[in-house]
Design a protein around this ligand. Structure first.
Ligand code: ADP
Length: 263
């Protein structure tokens, strides 16, 4: 295990009002982290600050290298909440969108090797059939899977995903989470996933991060069950049902009690 994303006393403000204060954590290789917390709590901002898209104060390291000196961007796949590609109105094919994920691709020519990588990523996300289609003609769910292929195309060691499942229907969502679990288990891809899909995410992840202006909690699912800080924020019932370690009464096999039924 080695450090992939590390924050030490990181703070950030868009204006004068602080959005993040005194944030510290260390995500290790192979972790699958579910990032949860209230709307406006700073989850998206935290990921942007960690990737240098917004400039925070404090110490940030990516793969053990200070952010300012980090240049191995091919190791990181990022699927933003609002992709600039989704908003732009130019006619670009799905295949070209995936190609954009190859950070060392320059110019108009595409090598056979690059095409192979593009098709492999599209195969993984079940979007190969849309390769020649105009990206904007695809459904939102299909676009999301193409954007995931773009995040995967350089075979990154860490995948950072900001609410990727909101636009997906039930079947696509299941496929999406299955794929992420596979990447994590088979290839030990480190995953950080912001999600409101708390009912789903607990099944797959190994760690929770609860963000509300700071990192209120970061640890394993078992530690999550026993965290006083989480109980104060969420209430014990939600705390004990969110992670799927519990039965239908929310009974914690590690010693907790359901707040609703008392069992
Ligand atoms: P979350 O992802 O947890 O919903 P965000 O990181 O999106 O939280 O937002 C944290 C806070 O920062 C919110 O109060 C939001 O209104 C504010 N905010 C987000 N983006 C900007 C921006 N570009 N400019 C100014 N304020 C912003």
């Amino acid at each position: 295990m080695s450090s992939v994303l590390k924050a030490e006393k990181v703070s950030f403000a868009y204006t004068r009002v602080p959005v993040l204060e005194n944030v510290s954590f260390d995500v290790q290789s192979g972790d699958y982290v579910g990032i949860i917390g209230p709307n406006g709590g700073g989850k998206t901002t935290l990921l942007k600050v960690m990737l240098g898209l917004e400039r925070g104060r404090g110490k940030i390291e990516l793969f053990g290298t200070p952010l300012k000196q980090f240049n191995a961007w091919h190791k990181i796949g990022y699927l933003a909440q609002k992709s600039p590609v989704s908003q732009a109105r130019f006619p670009v094919s799905a295949q070209e969108v995936v190609l954009m994920g190859l950070t060392d691709h320059h110019g108009s020519g595409v090598s056979v090797g690059e095409l192979k990588q593009v098709y492999a990523a599209m195969q993984q996300t079940n979007t190969r059939q849309y390769a020649g289609k105009i990206f904007h003609d695809l459904s939102i769910g299909q676009q999301q899977r193409v954007l995931l292929a773009r995040a995967l195309v350089s075979q990154p060691e860490v995948l950072i995903l900001d609410e990727p499942s909101t636009a997906l229907d039930g079947t696509s969502r299941e496929m999406f989470f299955d794929l992420l679990a596979q990447l994590n288990q088979k290839y030990h891809t480190t995953i950080l996933l912001i999600t409101h899909d708390t009912g789903e995410v607990g099944k797959y992840i190994s760690k929770f991060m609860y963000v509300d202006k700071t990192v209120v909690f970061f640890g394993t699912k078992e530690e999550f069950c026993h965290s006083k800080a989480v109980a104060e924020k969420l209430g014990a019932f939600a705390q004990h049902t969110i992670d799927h370690l519990h039965n239908q009464h929310g009974h914690c096999p590690l010693g907790g009690t359901c707040q609703e039924c008392g069992k």
